[in-house]
Ligand binder design. Sequence first.
Ligand code: HAM
Length: 434
Amino acid sequence: MSQSIQSVRGMNDILPGESESWEQFEETVRAWLRSYGYQPIRLPLVEPTPLFTRAIGEVTDIVEKEMYSFEDSLNGEQLTLRPEGTAGCVRAVIQHNLAAQRPQRLYYMGPMFRHERPQKGRYRQFNQVGVEAFGFAGPDIDAELILMGARLWDDLGLDSVKLQINSLGQLDERVKYRAELVTYFEKYADQLDEDARRRLHANPLRILDSKNPAMQDIIKGAPSLSRCLGAESMAHFEGVQQVLRDVGLPYEINPRLVRGLDYYNLTVFEWVTDRLGAQGAVCAGGRYDGLVGQLGGKPMPACGFAMGVERLVALMRESWGDPEPQGVDVYLVHQGDAAARLAPRVAERLRDEGLDVLFHCGGGSFKSQMKKADASGATFAVIIGDDEAEAGEVTLKALRAEGNQDKQDKKQKRVSVDQIADEIMNVFFDGDDI
Ligand code: HAM
């Protein structure tokens, strides 16, 4: 026997049983996005590699060690499987001149790829729902994006997700801060790990993001960025907080929240839970006013976030379990040649009426087909034998009738093919007995 092939490490199948929770999540998310007026945008999974190096930053974990980059052997192009959605979304906004006339509120959903060490909640292919707003400069949109998160957790029935916010100020303020950080970390040069030493001069803010427990004391003592913020940046941050206070949304200011991607300025935020172990960030984002200009577009303010679907579905399943599998309305049982010819037409007719029909395939005795009908969770069996087929009729049987077997057995009757859909509808909507 030849050897079977397994999926790539860190890239998972989502099987029936769990995938119903994903669909429930996606339905809730689509309704939620509509309620805020965001429009869907669909973007390629593969982009030119320089898009990500320029947008996310050369000295970041993602660009340094997590991108699936390759040369297209057919034409030599340097390509990358998208590690996140913001860069591609900005590229599309510039390429199609999307926000030239008016601001845009956009969202996308789909898989992202990062070559990280797989563990619970951290995968190499994972899914994000990303939300991006282009053309708004004021703190009102930052606040809207944050409030959106709070509403979604509520819609999903999640109560363990907490908000952390920070302001990274503007570029010139970060340059000042960067100098202070370098001076500070240089004092501890011999205690810095290899990553931190490499980043000390290239990107010292990234050191604050380190998860290395041995570095946490040094990081705690580092000067805080807020000292370097000017009046305008402070006012913007205060504007965001004012809205959060006005609507009564609790938040924590986390001065160490610097984010792992370089494009941010002013507001950054993360939604975190303590229910998922080490991978507690379920949603994160912030403002990136410089990115559109940096990628060749007419400069434009922008702000957004992305959430990790695997982590949120894990939270939902932990809180609520998986939804009950929904049986179809009708399982169609048929035996005999005449029945086999009538059955597909009956099934299509029922579907015309909006009923969900599982059509028995593969033959077998009435008894074995009825067992399958029962196990399928269907509400009714529609049974066609040759004698029914010749009379232009079917037998309709309720599979989910309450009460004893005796009573259940009586819950069936023959009806003409023309009446079958009406009969079923009557039972569904008017509660008629069969
Ligand atoms: P990010 O923080 O890199 O931001 O990712 C956002 C979320 O994606 C994380 O909070 C987490 O829930 C999920 N996530 C990230 N990596 C993994 C992984 N390996 N496995 C499972 N889930 C993961 C961004 O991607 C930005 N583009 C967000 C943004 C949009 N900022 C502005 N607009």
